[in-house]
Each structure stands twice: as structure tokens, then as C-alpha cells.
Design a protein around this ligand. Structure first.
Ligand code: ADP
Ligand code: MG
Length: 245
């Protein structure tokens, strides 16, 4: 059994089948990339998985737990965390303040028996660790909204990591990035793989081919093909539909 499994997920918007019987799985320690043209249903799938919207059919399972009936926050507690494309950042606050809030939100009961001083120190240590993880240790006092785009993305990843996920959902983490920022984000994602499974939705094919252990191609809400990087690269159907060659 895989760590994470999506089984027969379906979502209709009126007459439109945005997600049509989608099944995929992510093994522990692996990166599964989801690609597909605009409007293929990638974001809808992410929203179904994270619990932002409810499916018309199908199940989502993580580490043996059926997440399907659970609200978003309970899914996060069960080990599923997603990046929100910067929208989860408090733009007027510093990087440190953002990280402290995230650390506190996910500290749970572990700090309950500490005094105030020790509690603060523990949160600060977690915030420092998260900053180091994504390469923002030198930017702790910066106002988040004034950071360059790439650094805001890194902060968004750090906020998702505060939940200590078993599975991290990344919806187009390289969107709007130049080659240098993309390369840095690629290195970060590669590094994160040591500690968690990742479902990566991304348009940047260079990054996808570099990072993915497995790729699913979504077209009109359905999985057209799934396979290794080599299989997807060489698949004439994929080249015709998606790569446009
Ligand atoms: P992708 O992320 O692959 O570009 P989306 O999941 O955003 O695709 O969209 C898939 C299809 O579902 C599109 O045709 C889109 O217009 C439609 N869609 C997405 N969200 C909604 C919604 N809330 N209401 C109606 N239609 C939607
Ligand atoms: Mg999308």
C-alpha cells in the first residue's frame, strides 16, 4: 500500500467534469508530479485533496487514514500540508513573525507544560529551524511582503512545513519565477524529499523531469497516462497533447 492514495475522485461543476475518476498514489520518500495543460483540473484535484472542496465521488487516504470525511484542519493534523501560493503569508509581518505564528499553530499540546519563557524559546527554535530549512535565515527581520518573489515562495513552503507533513502538496511552486529562483526551489524540493512524500503540480517541465519519481498527465479531468520520467518523456500521446511537439 502506498503512503498516499487518491481513488476515483470526481468533481462536477454543473455540466463540467473538472475531475473525472482520478486515481493516483504517492509512495513514501517519493515525488509524484502532476502535469497537464491549463484547465485540465490540476488545481481542482489539489482542492479536493486538501479538503477545500468536497468530491462528488472517490476517496483520499493518507497512511491508512481515510481523509475523505475530514475537514481541512483535520487533514493537516493527519499529515497533509499544502502551499497556498503565497496567499497564506502575512505580508505586513516579518518573516520571523510569520514563522512563529505557524510554529505556534502546529505546536499542539507539546508546549502546554512549559513556562512562558521556555514556550517562547521553543517556538523561536522551531521558527529558526524552519527558516534554515528553506534558506531564509538571513531574512528573519524582513517584512514578508517586501521580499523578492522567490523568497516569498520559500516562506510559503516554510509555513507548510510547520505542520510537519507526511505528504506535502505543492501547486505550481515555480510559477512566475525566473531560472535562478526555479533552480533554488528545485534544490529545496529535492532536499525536502528526504523527510516527506511530495505531490508536485508544476508547469516547469525542466523541474518536473529533474525531480519526479513518477508523473501523471491530466487532460480534461482524467489521467491520460502515468509513468516514470522516461516513459512520460517518450510517450507520443503526451508529446502531442501536452508538450506540443
Ligand atoms: P488547472 O489547475 O489544471 O488549470 P482547474 O482545476 O483550475 O485546472 O480547472 C479545471 C476546470 O474546472 C476548468 O474548466 C475550470 O474553468 C473549471 N473550474 C474550476 N473551478 C471551478 C469552480 N469553482 N466553478 C466552476 N468551474 C470551475
Ligand atoms: Mg491550476
Amino acid at each position: 500500500m502506498s503512503l498516499f492514495e487518491v481513488e476515483g475522485l470526481r468533481k462536477n461543476f454543473g455540466a463540467l467534469r473538472a475531475t473525472d475518476d482520478v486515481s493516483l498514489s504517492v509512495d513514501a520518500g517519493q515525488i509524484h508530479a502532476l502535469i497537464g495543460p491549463n484547465g485540465a483540473g490540476k488545481s481542482t484535484l489539489v482542492n479536493l485533496i486538501s479538503g477545500l472542496i468536497a468530491p462528488d465521488a472517490g476517496r483520499v487516504r493518507l497512511d491508512g487514514v481515510d481523509l475523505t470525511p475530514l475537514p481541512m484542519h483535520a487533514r493537516v493534523r493527519a499529515g497533509l500540508s499544502r502551499c497556498f501560493q503565497i496567499t497564506s503569508i502575512f505580508r505586513q509581518s516579518t518573516v520571523m513573525e510569520n514563522l512563529l505564528l505557524a510554529a505556534q499553530a502546529h505546536a499542539g499540546s507539546s508546549l502546554r507544560f512549559l513556562g512562558e519563557r521556555n514556550r517562547e524559546a521553543a517556538l523561536r527554535a522551531t521558527a529558526d529551524e524552519l527558516a534554515a530549512r528553506v534558506g531564509l535565515s538571513q531574512a528573519l527581520d524582513r517584512i514578508a511582503g517586501t521580499l523578492p518573489h522567490g523568497a516569498q515562495r520559500q516562506l510559503d513552503v516554510a509555513l507548510a512545513l510547520a505542520a510537519r507533513p507526511k505528504l506535502l502538496l505543492l501547486d505550481e511552486p515555480m510559477a512566475g519565477m525566473g531560472p535562478e529562483d526555479s533552480q533554488q526551489m528545485t534544490a529545496l524540493i529535492h532536499e525536502l524529499k528526504r523527510d516527506m512524500a511530495i505531490l508536485l503540480i508544476e508547469h516547469d517541465m525542466k523541474a518536473v523531469f529533474e525531480l519526479a519519481d513518477r508523473i501523471s498527465v491530466l487532460v480534461y479531468g482524467r489521467v491520460l497516462v502515468a509513468g516514470s520520467v522516461e516513459e512520460i518523456r517518450g510517450n507520443p500521446q503526451v508529446q502531442a497533447v501536452y508538450l506540443g511537439t
